[in-house]
Design a binder for this molecule. Structure first.
Ligand code: PMP
Length: 350
């Protein structure tokens, strides 16, 4: 061992989904949107002037914050933006989760929460989902240093009614509750309006899923101006969290085309509901997802076996080799053609 190795910070990093490249593959493994960003985004990209890049971006992200304010009817001082919701949440962990009390998040949930808690040395407890994979709100009625959970949850896709989300917030006014709404646009009711009523609530959203812009890294959060101010203070202490110019401009542009946004959402929701029927016919069972993925297990075949067979045939779905998840596949909703290719393969294979 080299003498300096004892000083190295070792963490168990997040394991991202595979990003295979190729013409013919069908990628249903990282919950990306199968449709392109809005035509207005494409046009704005074509009109972008390279000379803009000589200068640093606006750290206050004014153009994007103004556009979000207009779209969601939220005042500008109640909005925070960052480099994808991953960074927004990471900044929020650093800002709000500083007590010695453990933060709470579900045992089956977005796996980055545990990574950040470890990285920032935040103690945590992970209440177990019930037998139907639901979050039990009562598990969050205890002393804590903060709470975070996704709604709909990932990777289950299950949506908690907003009234139950509110119960959790109302029971925890001593700590900050982060509601991760990465998948809310696929059929859920957002908690943004609750941020008017509860000053301890931060609602986080992303442009990666419903707005087809995962590659641009755009995330945002809504909350009381005091929370937003605290987030900005931490953000400005780490310059790397400042969004770049194309993301600011194209993100603002994406918000203009509401018709396209709703049309793509409708298509994905329709395909998801079809997928529930088709996967059911093929012998799969799954929680009733309200997200853009389905968390499915097969009545006879092991998930790992199906995952490998699909992969060998250039169809990528997500398989998590961990307790409680390891007989499930998380299948992102693709186009109708991609889903049809999946069903055809599965029908042959199973
Ligand atoms: N929250 C949840 C629940 C997610 O599944 C993801 C995507 N993997 C994110 C946050 C982060 O998304 P992004 O950083 O692309 O905005």
């Amino acid at each position: 061992m080299k003498p300096w190795e004892a000083n190295i910070r070792r963490v168990a990093p997040y394991v991202p989904g595979e990003q295979p490249k190729g013409e013919k593959l069908i990628k249903l493994n990282t919950n990306e949107n199968p449709y392109p960003p809005s035509p207005g985004v494409k046009q704005a990209l074509a009109q972008m002037d390279c000379d803009w890049f000589r200068k640093y971006p606006d750290p206050a992200a004014t153009v994007l914050i103004k556009a979000l304010s207009k779209t969601y009817g939220v005042e500008e001082d109640r909005i925070f933006v960052g480099v994808g919701s991953d960074d927004v949440i990471a900044v929020a962990f650093m800002t709000f989760f500083n007590s010695r009390k453990p933060i709470l998040f579900p045992d089956v949930s977005y796996s980055f929460y545990k990574v950040w808690a470890d990285l920032f040395r935040i103690p945590y407890e992970t209440p177990a989902l019930d037998d139907n994979f639901c979050i039990r709100k009562e598990d969050y009625y205890r002393e804590n240093g903060g709470i975070i959970f996704p709604n709909p949850n990932a990777p289950t896709g299950l949506l908690m009614p907003l009234s139950e989300v509110e119960d959790i917030i109302a029971h925890n006014q001593e700590s900050v509750v982060i509601l991760d709404e990465a998948y809310i646009d696929f059929g859920g009711e957002s908690g943004i309006k609750l941020t008017e009523k509860y000053d301890n609530l931060l609602v986080v959203q992303t442009f990666s899923k419903s707005r087809s812009m995962a590659g641009m890294r755009i995330g945002c959060a809504y909350g009381h101006p005091d929370l937003i101010r605290a987030l900005n203070d931490v953000k400005y202490s780490y310059n790397s969290y400042t969004m770049n110019i194309p993301s600011l401009v194209l993100g603002a542009k994406a918000l203009e085309d509401d018709k396209y946004f709703k049309e793509t959402l409708d298509k994905i929701i329709y395909t998801r509901e079809q997928a529930k029927i088709r996967l059911g016919e093929l012998g799969f069972s799954f929680p009733d997802s309200m997200a853009n993925f389905i968390f499915a297990s097969h009545k006879e075949r092991r998930a790992e076996e199906i995952y490998k067979a699909l992969r060998d045939n250039n169809i990528y779905v997500r398989y998590f080799k961990q307790p409680r998840l390891d007989n499930h596949l998380r299948i992102s909703i693709g186009t109708d053609e991609e889903m049809e290719a999946l069903y055809i393969f599965l029908k042959e294979f199973l």
